[in-house]
Ligand binder design. Structure first.
Ligand SMILES: [Zn+2]
Ligand SMILES: [Zn+2]
Length: 304
C-alpha cells in the first residue's frame, strides 16, 4: 500500500501546504481520507488518479476537511464517471452535499452513495474480500470519526518442497491445503494445512486520526497498526491552545503511537504558525517519546 499526503496544513492553506486530504492506494484503488479545498489540484500534482477513487471518508465536518468534496465530485461528473462512489462521514454531510448540488442543479452520471453516521457511532463501515474499514469517535470540538483501514490476514506461503517431501500428489489437493482444509492421502495419512503452509501473513493497517486531542480512543483504534496518520497541529509552545481547541501536539500524537504499539507515525495537519524548519524541530523533540516519526509534507509518498 502507498500513502500520499495531499494536504498537510490545519485550518487555512499556506503557500507550501494545502488543506487536509490523504490518499491511500491499494492495488490501484484510491481511498481518500478528508477532502479539503484544493484536493483536486493536489491529486493532479501527485499523479493519483481521481478516476480510481473507490471511497471518500470525511472524518468531521470542519471546512478544512470538507470543502473540497463538492468540487471534486463535480469534476468526476464532468469526467463522465460511471462507477458508483461511496462517501462516508458524520451526520450533516448529506445536507452539505445536497445544498451544493441542488444549488447547481447537478444530476450525477454515477451513483453517489452517501452513508452518514450518528454522533458516537462506532463500527465497521466497509467490509470487502481483502480489507475492511472501521470507524471510532475521536475527541474533537465537533463529532469526529477516526478510521482504520485494515487488510485481512492471508494464509501463509505454500511450501512446495515440504509438500513433495510429504509425497502429496500435485493438483487439487494443493489447493485444498492452501484454502485451509485438511486432506487424507490414499495411504491413510492426514495432512493438515500447517504442515505445508508458512505462518499466516498479517494484513497491514493504516489508521487516520484527524482532528482530535489526545485520546484513549485513538490508542484503541491504532492498536498495533502499521502506520498511524495523526494530527499534530501544535508544538510544545502552544499546549494551552491545543487543549482549548481540542487538537494534539506532536508529543500527544507520539504518545498515542507509542501506547498503541504502532510501527510508524505520520505527522500532519500543522498550524500555519510553523514553517518547515520549526516543524522539523518539533518533530525532533517528539522522537524522545516515539522514534519512528515521518514528518508530513504535501505530496509526500510513503510505502507501507
Ligand atoms: Zn482540521
Ligand atoms: Zn477540526
Amino acid at each position: 500500500m502507498k500513502i500520499v499526503l495531499l494536504g498537510t496544513s490545519s485550518a487555512v492553506p499556506t503557500l507550501t501546504r494545502g488543506l487536509s486530504s490523504t490518499a491511500l492506494i491499494r492495488n490501484g484503488d484510491v481511498f481518500l481520507f478528508d477532502c479539503g479545498e484544493g484536493t483536486q489540484l493536489q491529486l493532479m500534482r501527485s499523479g493519483v488518479k481521481r478516476s480510481r477513487i473507490h471511497s471518500i471518508f470525511i472524518g468531521h465536518l470542519h471546512g478544512d476537511h470538507l470543502y473540497g468534496i463538492a468540487g471534486l465530485l463535480s469534476t468526476l461528473h464532468l469526467d463522465g464517471r460511471e462507477t458508483p462512489m461511496n462517501v462516508f462521514g458524520p451526520e450533516g454531510l448529506r445536507i452539505f452535499l445536497n445544498a451544493a448540488f441542488r444549488t447547481s442543479d447537478l444530476q450525477f452520471t454515477f451513483n453517489l452513495n452517501v452513508r452518514e453516521f450518528p454522533r458516537g457511532y462506532r463500527g465497521r463501515v466497509l467490509d470487502e474480500d481483502e480489507f475492511y474499514v472501521d470507524a471510532l469517535p475521536l475527541d474533537h470540538s465537533i463529532f469526529c470519526l477516526g478510521w482504520r483501514f485494515q487488510e485481512k490476514d492471508k494464509p501463509g506461503v505454500f511450501n512446495l518442497e515440504r509438500a513433495e517431501e510429504l509425497e502429496i500428489p500435485r493438483g487439487p489437493l494443493y489447493g485444498k491445503l492452501q484454502h485451509g482444509e485438511s486432506i487424507t492421502l490414499g495411504d491413510g495419512r492426514t495432512i493438515s494445512p500447517d504442515m505445508v503452509l508458512g505462518p499466516p501473513r498479517h494484513g497491514k493497517s493504516v489508521v487516520y486520526c484527524l482532528d482530535t486531542q489526545f485520546s484513549e480512543r485513538s490508542i484503541q483504534l491504532a492498536d498495533k497498526c502499521t502506520a498511524l496518520i495523526h494530527e499534530t497541529t501544535f508544538g510544545p509552545d502552544a499546549i494551552d491552545m491545543a487543549r482549548e481547541r481540542k487538537h494534539s501536539t506532536m508529543e500527544d500524537a507520539a504518545r498515542v503511537a507509542k501506547e498503541a504499539g504502532a510501527t510508524s507515525l505520520i505527522a500532519t495537519h500543522f498550524s500555519s504558525r510553523y514553517d518547515g524548519r520549526q516543524v522539523a524541530q518539533i518533530g525532533e523533540e517528539a522522537r524522545d517519546v516515539f522514534e519512528n516519526i515521518t514528518l508530513g509534507r504535501d505530496l509526500l509518498e510513503i510505502d507501507i
